[in-house]
Design a binder for this molecule. Structure first.
Ligand code: AMP
Length: 549
């Protein structure tokens, strides 16, 4: 029920929630806090929020000079770095829409989304010069290409007509710029979903949703970002706005540390130590690389205390290693592009304090508790709400002010079901409100009319010392419809047989969940955001014949 306007309205300043306010606040109140970047050029760059704000205003003037107006789309193809952060604020702050493109997408998909978004300007890192040269001919509406590098790194000639140098633009424009005020519901940033099936679809965030998400995600029950932290977002700024960190870190006044393109274990470890990083966020595959490097070289962290892991499930093996070997608290979080992205975060409640450690871990391994700003429920195939008992599982639906109401250009029609957004995930919710993902609905294995969740099967496999990565997929079965096949990547130099692995499951799961077979692979196919592409695996093993009992 919606009431008419109240006869007595509040008397507070009606200041729109705009992202420009975040950088303005950081520059005024945490002006000396540092932003440190490992640049594509190879060196370390260091400056402050005050400097960032000044250069963002110069860039805003430059964009204005290029004719970029309210609502126009400006794209970036860039790693995590200070220039990318300047673009975040200059583009959105001036009223245009920042479109962050995932450079790991197939070039055809990149060209598709640049055209679909009708990007007018493309700012890109040196790494992507060949890719941008190749696509510039088919992206006719892009009027300006800006290479984000120093003048001396500009190519002598390029296939891109009128290629501009970012540093020239900054140098030739004044920082005399006042952030404009406009409706907080105006579009702010545009992110395309990974699009495992069909073309990617755009999630178009507003200033209001972005600022609310920044507040909500910085809360102590979520990421708990403070001005005492040094935060290194490993999650790329092209993966759902680095989970909001380019906003929540400046508003908290924390030091920001950007890793650039160097995401291997050694480069990350060196930067964590050199900059005394306390907090980070990334997908499990990144932590795998860092953990392996540290174990091989018998290293420990001296400052790193807390990390968020999300994007795909954090296995018990990974959580135990980070917590027990390295003393890093793991916050397991869940979300998606359509949710800005944060939905849940896994931190304990007061009443859990006295529980034994293994009981606490069981709670922390779930995908977490809703953050205020997101409501959720699970429903059966008929849309009937299921109980929060920790065992009933169903389709997970969400709603809230930072959840999409439609895709960009209304692609795919109305996505909502009675005002709720269907996430495509299958989950349980327990009596305390902790949600656990069993699977993506399209990855779940349907065996004899029942569902087998693949995340559990994969978590058990990776707890075997000889297993580095595991993925479980459904293979067609004449009697049961589908049965699980386990695809395993062994740890280098270690061995485990099919029989040993299957025996390892005994007593850990219901008998009928036991995989029918195990195959060994050199690597798993990973998508642009570091997730295992199960659609590719299913395609690869389409003809696979499971052994008959
Ligand atoms: P994306 O929009 O590409 O970030 O993908 C969102 C999807 O990633 C979600 O719908 C989940 O299926 C999956 N996901 C995200 N976080 C987790 C997590 N912590 N555990 C399991 N799956 C996750």
């Amino acid at each position: 029920m919606t009431l008419p306007q109240s006869p007595l309205m509040g008397q507070m300043m009606n200041q729109p929630l705009l992202v420009s306010g975040i950088i303005e606040f950081a520059a005024r109140h945490f002006g000396d806090s540092q932003i440190v970047s490992r640049r594509v050029e190879g060196d370390i760059h260091r400056y402050t929020y005050r400097d960032c704000h000044q250069r963002a205003r110069r860039l805003a003037n430059a964009l204005h000079g290029m004719g970029v107006a309210l609502g126009d789309r400006v794209a970036t193809l860039a790693w995590n770095g200070y220039r990318h952060l300047e673009a975040y604020y200059a583009v959105s702050g001036s009223g245009a829409v920042l479109h962050t493109i995932n450079p790991r997408l197939h070039p055809e998909q990149i060209a598709y989304i640049v055209n679909h978004a009708e990007d007018q300007v493309l700012l890109f890192d040196l790494t992507f010069l060949p890719a941008v040269e190749a696509m510039s001919a088919i992206c006719k509406q892009v009027k300006h290409y800006v290479l984000m590098c120093d003048r001396d790194r500009m190519p002598a000639e390029s296939k891109i007509p009128g290629l501009l140098c970012y540093e020239d633009l900054i140098a030739s424009h004044s920082d005399d710029y006042e952030w404009p005020q406009f409706d907080e519901n105006s579009a702010c940033t545009l992110c395309y979903t990974s699009g495992t099936t069909g073309n990617p679809k755009g999630a178009l965030y507003s200033h209001r949703s972005t600022v609310l998400h920044a507040y909500g995600s910085a809360l102590p029950n979520a990421l708990n970002v403070t001005s005492r932290d040094a935060v290194l977002p490993v999650v790329p700024m092209f993966h759902v706005n680095a989970w909001g960190l380019p906003y929540s870190v400046p508003l908290s006044g924390a030091k920001m540390v950007f890793p650039g393109a160097a995401l291997d274990g050694k480069s990350l470890y060196d930067l964590f130590e050199a900059e005394q990083v306390t907090f980070s966020a990334g997908v499990p595959t990144v932590w795998l690389g860092l953990i392996n490097f540290m174990l091989q070289n018998k290293l420990k962290f001296s400052s790193f205390r807390r990390t968020v892991i999300g994007g795909s499930a954090c296995s018990p093996a990974m959580m135990n290693t980070l917590m027990d070997e390295f003393g890093v608290e793991v916050i397991h979080a869940w979300g998606m592009t359509e949710m800005s992205p944060l939905g849940t975060a896994g931190v304990l409640m007061g009443k859990h304090r006295e529980l034994p450690q293994d009981e606490q871990r069981k709670i922390l391994l779930k995908q977490g508790h809703a953050v205020y700003g997101v409501d959720m429920k699970i429903v059966d195939d008929d849309g009937k709400e299921l109980p929060w008992d920790g065992s009933s599982y169903g389709h997970l639906l969400v709603k809230g002010p930072w959840v999409i109401s439609a895709y960009y250009k209304d692609e795919g029609g109305d996505p909502l079901q009675n005002g709720w957004f269907p996430t495509g995930d299958v989950a349980t919710i327990d009596a305390d409100g902790y949600m656990q993902i069993t699977d993506r609905s399209k990855d779940v294995i349907k065996s004899g009319g029942e569902w087998i969740g693949t995340i559990d099967l994969e978590n058990i496999a990776v707890s075997h010392p000889a297993v580095m990565q595991a993925a479980c997929i459904g293979i067609a079965h004449p009697k049961w419809d589908e049965r699980p096949l386990l695809v395993i990547v062994r740890r280098p130099g270690m061995d485990v047989s099919r029989e040993e692995l299957l025996a390892f499951y005994e007593g850990k799961i219901a008998k009928w969940w036991l995989p029918d077979d195990v195959v060994f692979a050199d690597a798993l196919p990973l998508g642009g955001t570091g997730k295992v592409q199960k659609n590719k695996l299913r395609e690869q093993y389409k003809e696979y014949k499971l052994p008959t009992a």
